[in-house]
Write a protein that binds this ligand. Structure first.
Ligand code: ADP
Ligand code: MG
Length: 772
């Protein structure tokens, strides 16, 4: 540091000391408000400018002073600074010099209070900082005092915790301190009471129900009481407790006034009007007083004039008499003329005064009239205020109701139109999706797509080989290999809307292994397929309609493998649990004992799908192989209650990723492979049979021929909506399987299921038994 810098720094430190001296002076001689401000300022200076040493320097004199009271106050400040500053201050104080100074004071003072105070502080510090190495001077000082045979007080109890007390423990606090003797007992009691009221006021500010009657008034009284107490000589601990409380009370009462006095715009407007009115009233009164004074002055003036006139008249008469009795000289004549002039002047002044009085009276009457009119207007306006506010409120709620009604109408119209369209189209809708060629397929022989799309909804398969035979198929929609997951879902979305309206919906993907079924239904995490998007759509609808409907969405995930149902969301696979398909009058088909979870967000779904994936693969050596040999069903139930009518509907969507449709093991398959192939053949041909039966409109449809058709019974026929994705590969080596799939799907497209119906909840129907 250069000399200049040093002198600047010394200079500024010197200034700091002076500032501290000023602040200490304020604390020693002022009222509590200034004391508090000065103390706060001292603490922040010490902490912000690292000026503990200067503060202590400034405290030296007051503590040395002869006057006991000043010394006591100085010591109080010292004690409070130890409590309210930090380590730097403690280090500066824990020096031999300061301890010598205090020991000397304790031994030399004649004032017992000063001695007790010093000893108490030193005992407390030694006790508080006994484990801090840098502050061991406190403990050493205590030993020195003991060695000198000075009797030491016990350490004071640790400061009470700052948390507030409630009414109930306020009583506890009161009894706990009741045994203590001396003035601190009543102070403690008072502190406890005030703290309780402060905390009650705070509660009242958090919620109006908790607001105790009269608590704010009580607290205002406390505030006054504290102000009185703070002007007396207090132990420093108590002083700072009270200062703290007074701060809190100020703040809370300010908040109370802001919260519980009318702070609405209408309230402000009324307040403004009323204060404006008061102001005007005051002005009018002042003016009236002024006028009255002026009138009084005028009357006095008139009286004076009258007496002057009378005096003049008497003088004139005397003069006239005098002139009659003797010869009239020049001087008398002049006097006479002058007097006549004065009399006429006086008459003029009198007339002017009268005119002025009349004018003022006129003005006063005019003003009074004006004021009366203004007051009347004001009164009318004020009377209209509440009605206007009320009207605005009613208008607002009417608009809201209208909006709600319009929304309901809009939703219903949309529902009706879509259902009409679906009915016209027939209820099994078939979408065909062709996956892109894989890189390997492109690179291999015949790496061209055998698919072409001559028109919307049409697909043509060119059979490989010399003849180049073509087969054309028509579906509701055909997606070529460039269609995105979003586009696919866009067309599926309306079906999902139906689920919230209480319809049963089934969406399944059919096709050979590797044709893109899982991609379409589940999709990769970063580009999800129908399952995840459908659930997201459901959540969006639930949110959109929450004003009018309360929806609960729940999911189950199951697998049908070798004609056995496995619960993919249960915690522990248990072969003993029986998963039987049952029928419920409202919910339709359901699986007994299947775990079922309510879901509210897409994150939930991700968790459950991950769990299902884990359960599905457990105990499987070749997962890909296994997943293509089993059907996976994501089963979503939406229970929807209309908040106005109270009617509940149950909608359901089964999202099915079917096993591969290829004919496996037609020859040579044995063991497990043969069993699997038989199971798949059974379920897919059962699906085909059901679809054929529905298309022929048979009186009996063989749903029970497989677990899959049995489970999907209510979603395939009758009052349901069904969408089938037929997934095909564009590669020439898959040609036969692709044609098989397309033929199957084409047959399905002819099925008309009849008019779909909502599933409206009847009273007293039990919810099917599910495991939670
Ligand atoms: P499947 O479920 O019928 O066995 P997958 O869905 O597993 O068939 O699809 C087989 C392969 O083709 C996977 O690697 C998949 O990522 C890919 N795939 C399928 N459909 C598409 C598509 N539309 N776009 C891109 N890749 C696809
Ligand atoms: Mg698959």
């Amino acid at each position: 540091m250069s000399d200049d810098e040093l002198s600047v720094s010394k200079g500024s430190k010197g200034n700091l000391k002076k500032e501290f001296e000023g602040l200490i002076h304020q604390q020693l001689n002022s009222q509590h408000q200034q004391i508090r401000e000065a103390f706060k300022r001292m603490v922040s200076m010490i902490v912000d400018s690292y000026s503990a040493r200067q503060a202590l320097e400034a405290l030296k004199d007051p503590i040395k002073k002869d006057s006991g009271l000043i010394q006591l106050k100085g010591l109080s400040i010292l004690g409070a600074l130890v409590k309210n500053t930090g380590h730097d201050f403690h280090v500066e104080l824990a020096t031999k010099k300061w301890m010598d100074r205090l020991i000397k004071l304790a031994r030399s003072t004649r004032d017992e209070r000063v001695r007790d105070k010093v000893l108490q502080l030193m005992v407390d510090w030694a006790n508080q900082f006994q484990l801090q190495l840098q502050l061991d001077e406190f403990s050493i000082a205590l030993h020195r005092l003991k060695a000198k045979g000075i009797e030491l007080p016990p350490p004071t109890e640790k400061g009470k915790p700052r948390h507030r007390r409630t009414k109930s423990n306020q009583e506890k606090g009161a009894t706990a301190t009741a045994g203590t003797e001396g003035p601190s007992t009543s102070l403690e009691l008072l502190l406890t009471n005030i703290q309780a009221d402060v905390s009650n006021l705070e509660l009242g500010l958090q919620s109006q129900e908790m607001l105790q009657e009269g608590i704010a008034e009580e607290c205002r009284k406390h505030l006054q009481k504290i102000q009185v107490i703070l002007s007396t000589d207090l132990p420093d601990q108590a002083m700072y407790e009270f200062i703290n409380l007074s701060d809190q009370l100020h703040e809370l009462l300010g908040l109370y006034d802001a919260v519980y006095t009318d702070s609405t715009p209408e309230g402000h407007a009324l307040d403004r009007e009323v204060s404006e009115m008061k102001k005007l009233d005051m002005q009018i009164r002042e003016e009236q007083e002024l006028k009255a004074r002026k009138e009084r002055e005028l009357e006095d003036l008139t009286l004076e004039l009258q007496s002057a006139q009378e005096a003049l008249r008497a003088a004139t008469d005397a003069a006239r008499l005098r002139s009659l009795s003797g010869p009239r000289n020049e001087k008398d004549k002049r006097v006479h003329d002058m007097l006549t002039q004065v009399v006429s002047n006086c008459a003029n002044v009198k007339q002017a005064a009268v005119d002025c009085k009349i004018k003022m009276q006129e003005e006063k009457a005019k003003m009074l009239q004006e004021n009366a009119r203004f007051l009347k207007e004001l009164e009318e306006n004020l009377m209209e205020f509440p009605t206007l506010v009320e009207k605005a409120k009613i208008g607002e709620s009417k608009a809201f109701l209208l909006l709600k009604k319009l929304y309901t109408i809009e939703v219903n119209t949309r529902k009706k139109l879509y259902n009409k369209l679906q009915e016209l189209r027939g209820n099994i809708r078939v979408y065909c999706r062709v996956r892109p060629l894989s890189a390997k397929e492109k690179a291999g022989p015949g790496g061209d797509s055998i698919m072409s799309y001559p028109a919307d909804g049409e697909i043509v398969v060119r059979e490989p080989g010399g003849m180049g035979k073509t087969r054309a198929f028509e579906f509701d929609t055909v997606y070529n290999d460039t269609a995105s997951q979003e586009e696919i879902f866009e067309d599926t979305k309306p079906l999902i809307n139906c689920v919230v309206d209480g319809y049963k919906v089934c969406i399944f993907a059919y096709g050979q292994t590797g044709s893109g079924k899982t991609y379409t239904m589940q999709g990769p995490h970063e580009n999800p397929g129908i399952n995840r998007r459908a659930l997201q759509r459901l959540f969006d609808l639930v949110e959109e309609r929450k004003e009018v409907e309360k929806c609960v969405v729940s999911v189950s995930v199951l697998e049908i493998y070798n004609e056995t149902i496995r619960d993919l969301l249960c915690d522990k696979m248990d072969d003993k649990v029986k998963y039987e398909i049952k029928t419920h009058p409202l919910d339709g088909q359901y699986v007994e004992n299947l775990v079922n979870f309510p879901v509210t967000s897409i994150q939930h779904i991700d968790q459950y799908m991950a769990k299902a994936e884990k359960n599905r693969s457990s105990g499987r050596t070749n997962m890909n192989e296994h997943s293509s040999r089993s059907h996976m069903v994501l089963y979503v139930v939406v229970r929807n209650t209309n908040l106005q009518s109270g009617v509940t509907t149950v909608g359901k969507v089964s999202l099915v990723d079917l096993a591969g449709s290829e004919r496996v093991g037609k020859s040579g398959a044995t063991g497990d492979r043969m069993k699997e192939a038989q199971a798949i053949n059974k379920s897919l041909s059962a699906l085909g049979d059901v679809i054929s039966s529905l298309s022929r409109n048979d009186s009996h449809t063989p749903y029970r021929n497989s677990k899959l058709t049995h489970l999907l019974k209510d979603s395939l026929g009758g009052n349901s909506k069904c969408l089938m994705f037929v997934n095909v590969s564009p590669a020439s080596y898959n040609c036969n399987e692709s044609i098989n799939s397309l033929q199957f799907a084409f047959r399905a497209r002819g099925v008309v299921l009849g008019t779909a119906k909502k599933n409206v909840e009847q009273p007293k129907i039990e919810v099917p038994h599910v495991r939670q």
